[in-house]
Design a protein around this ligand. Structure first.
Ligand code: SF4
Ligand code: SF4
Length: 92
């Protein structure tokens, strides 16, 4: 049970210091989550802290590849008004 950071990550650094398990690694070109250390914040917080602070839609996904911050969820832009390429990019 772990989340994953994908290529949409801009290495902004926001998530690095909020993880209760130090599971995030400042790799380049984008950050990574150590699967063995990530608990999805269960037992520490009601929601995944990395996804809660991440400003990039689609950059953090669950084990099924579903984005925690879905396209439009942070910007408020309805998905049907997004450029189709943005929706493709947000897929795992
Ligand atoms: S879900 Fe929680 S434990 Fe997992 S990487 Fe994100 S902040 Fe760390
Ligand atoms: S907060 Fe999001 S965009 Fe920033 S480093 Fe973490 S995963 Fe990447």
């Amino acid at each position: 049970m772990a989340l994953t950071i994908n290529h949409l990550c801009t290495a902004c650094d926001a998530c690095l210091h909020v993880c209760p398990n130090d599971a995030i690694v400042a790799e380049r070109p984008y950050y990574l989550i150590e699967a063995s250390a990530c608990t999805e914040c269960l037992g520490d917080y009601a929601e995944a802290q990395c996804a809660a602070i991440c400003p990039i839609e689609g950059a953090i996904v669950d084990e099924l590849g579903v984005a925690l911050n879905l396209p439009g969820s942070l910007t408020g832009i309805p998905p049907q008004k997004l450029n189709p390429l943005q929706l493709i990019e947000a897929r795992p």
